[in-house]
Write a protein that binds this ligand. Structure first.
Ligand code: UDP
Ligand code: MG
Length: 223
């Protein structure tokens, strides 16, 4: 006697990131640095030049904040204005989804620059919990820039960015969060020999020239 189970066999569709035998495991570069260090600007230039996808954790959170059906919109809004770090469950889901969507559309797109993450211990634990074994963190690209320069750049950007956190009050909190929570994460990766530092206090093109040297040495593929 046979029992027919055909219907149920097709129900569990594994996600792209768990279908390891079929898909390449994505390579990740975490891009860190203070607010205004130039992470977003440099990432845009990197993806113009190299085969890589830029995912900004901050941009994903801002998009989610604006999505009418989002249950997290208000929470995200409050955290961003206060320069605090959103609970990782929210951020990691947005990042995972964005990575999956990118690879579903084009499975050869397996290199990701994750900009502005992980920013604290909670972020790092969330990443490990969800992504360990599913993505490989190649290194941390650290845009090193003094506080004064960072503040001035953000205030300048604030004149046109429309960002609710590019004002002096939010900025002071963001800088504090960066010093207290993000620097220790960078130091942690430093101990593992995984930090590649660029002096980000110079003009965009000079910084990018150093970034290119670095990525070429790391074997990044040109577009
Ligand atoms: N943010 C967060 N988790 C992240 C990334 C960003 O909570 O993983 C929030 C946090 O409040 C931060 C804000 O989003 O201050 C802006 O982040 P973004 O990376 O856009 O700022 P940047 O450092 O580039 O100026
Ligand atoms: Mg940014």
């Amino acid at each position: 006697m046979f029992v027919r189970v055909v219907g149920s066999l097709c129900q569990r569709v594994p996600s792209v990131l768990t279908r390891r035998s079929v898909m390449t495991k994505p390579n990740v570069v975490f891009v860190l640095g203070g607010p205004g260090a130039g992470k977003g600007t440099q990432c845009s230039k990197i993806v113009e030049t190299y085969k890589c996808t830029h995912l900004s954790a901050g941009d994903l959170l801002r998009e989610e904040r604006c999505r009418a059906e989002s249950k997290d919109g208000q929470l995200i809004d409050a955290y961003i204005k206060e320069g605090k770090i959103v609970p990782v469950e929210i951020t990691i889901n947005l990042l995972r989804k964005a990575m999956e969507e990118t690879m579903q559309k084009d499975s050869s797109k397996s290199c990701f620059l994750i900009d502005g993450f992980p920013r604290n211990e909670d972020n790092l634990h969330g990443w490990t919990r969800v992504m360990d074994g599913k993505a490989k963190v190649k290194f941390v690209l650290f845009f090193d820039c003094g506080t004064e320069v960072c503040i001035n750049r953000c205030l300048e950007r604030g004149k046109s960015s429309g960002r609710t956190d590019d004002n002096r009050e939010s900025l002071e909190k963001r800088i504090q969060t960066y010093q207290q929570s993000t620097r220790p994460i960078i130091q942690l990766y430093e101990k593992q020999g995984k930090v590649r530092t660029v002096d980000a206090s110079r003009p965009v093109d000079e910084v990018f020239a150093d970034v290119m040297d670095l990525l070429n040495k790391e074997g990044f593929l040109l577009n």
